[in-house]
Write a protein that binds this ligand. Structure first.
Ligand SMILES: NC(=O)c1ccc[n+]([C@@H]2O[C@H](COP(=O)([O-])OP(=O)(O)OC[C@H]3O[C@@H](n4cnc5c(N)ncnc54)[C@H](OP(=O)(O)O)[C@@H]3O)[C@@H](O)[C@H]2O)c1
Length: 323
């Protein structure tokens, strides 16, 4: 089968379209004929060899995909060939991929394969940041960094659905309108404005209750400056580089909380939470209250271009590859 392969870690140019054996379905696993593949920022880190999971060269990137069940392994119940699904997977930039049954999500009829491929990581990360790692709701104010991005644009919408006041940051004025259209109460360009000053102005000096930060070094310390009393900053990525070490004592004056988050903690260990949150988010999509913004699609063979686009901070919403 065709797959994107890299033989060495490095820039986008290391990605090439190659031929690899179609996987045999293993016990407990579901084999999927892939129709669409979600591109994640973490894929670019995996390709560089700087992600938590290291490539075993030659390797294939890809953490989520949608498609049709081709076969199920021994012991799998609830899935059968022909079912439309999305999944958390590995080596997803390919014509077929495998996933443990607990990491496979049946797709409702109204969700197409492209939205299906955009669903597992960006939607469930945003949902569990807001409702598992924190409990946001009416009366709370949330700041979402990189709010036009894959996770960010979903987080803005889900925080609004929860009843929160929502501010978003973007790295480019061209992304402002998109974030506003998805419900943000204010959008700040954090490359031209001091976002903490703007947040303090918007909240009459109080600050925000929750900050979703996957940028890291450029935003973390300023975030603490505009975090309210008892506020919570969740650091769930580091697109802009790792943060400096934190002296926890500095959090005491305002009783602030800083935590980390990785969505696999939920999806691997709490399958019932994955099921419940997927159903809730599909219901919001059906009601038109959650829209998945697909910024651009690329052919599978153009995976390197998709990575350049994402790393160049040009993308909005989700990038999807089509095999
Ligand atoms: N912990 C988890 O479970 C989890 C799950 C999914 C994603 N994440 C993290 O969440 C973040 C967003 O992921 P995504 O896949 O949805 O990507 P994305 O937000 O669509 O794209 C990354 C965005 O990060 C911003 N950014 C800031 N500094 C950057 C830099 N130096 N280089 C490149 N981009 C930079 C850019 O937006 P602006 O310029 O507008 O800020 C860029 O568009 C990533 O850090 C990712 O690792 C974590």
């Amino acid at each position: 089968m065709k797959a994107i392969v890299f033989d060495e870690v490095g820039g986008p140019d290391v990605l090439r379209l190659g031929e690899v054996p179609k996987p045999d379905v293993r016990p407990g696993m579901v084999l999927i004929k892939v129709h669409a593949i979600g591109v994640n920022f973490a894929d670019t880190r995996f390709r560089q060899g700087t992600y938590v999971a290291k490539p075993k060269l030659p390797d294939t990137p890809g953490m989520e995909a949608s498609g049709v069940v081709e076969a199920v392994g021994d012991g799998v119940t609830g899935f059968a060939p022909g079912m439309r699904v999305a999944a958390f997977t590995v080596k997803g930039y390919a014509e077929y991929c495998q996933a443990p049954a607990s990491m496979v999500i049946p797709l409702p009829d109204f969700v197409g394969f492209v939205d299906g491929a955009a669903f597992p990581i960006q939607v469930l990360t945003a949902y569990h940041l807001l409702h598992t790692a924190d409990t946001t709701g009416p009366g709370k104010t949330v700041l979402v960094h990189s709010a036009a991005g894959g996770v960010g644009i979903v987080a803005v919408q889900l925080a609004k659905v929860a009843g929160a006041r929502v501010f978003g940051t973007v790295g480019d004025d061209a992304k402002r309108a998109l974030v506003q259209q998805h419900g943000a109460d204010a959008v700040i360009n954090y490359t031209t404005q001091k976002f903490a000053d703007e947040v303090l102005r918007l909240t009459d000096g109080r600050g925000v209750d929750l900050i979703l930060d996957a940028v890291g070094k450029p935003t973390f310390e300023e975030g603490l400056r505009c975090l309210a009393n008892l506020g919570h900053l969740i650091l769930y990525g580091r697109a802009g580089g790792p943060t400096d070490p934190l002296n926890i004592a500095t959090l005491s004056a305002k009783s602030q909380k800083v935590s980390g988050f990785m969505v696999p903690t939920v999806t691997r260990n709490f399958p019932e939470k994955t099921r419940e949150s997927s159903e809730r988010c599909f219901a919001l999509m059906r009601e038109g209250r959650l829209k998945l913004h697909i910024g651009k699609t690329f052919a599978l063979a153009e995976a390197a271009d998709a990575h350049r686009f994402l790393e160049g901070r040009q993308s909005t919403g989700k990038l999807v590859l089509l095999p």
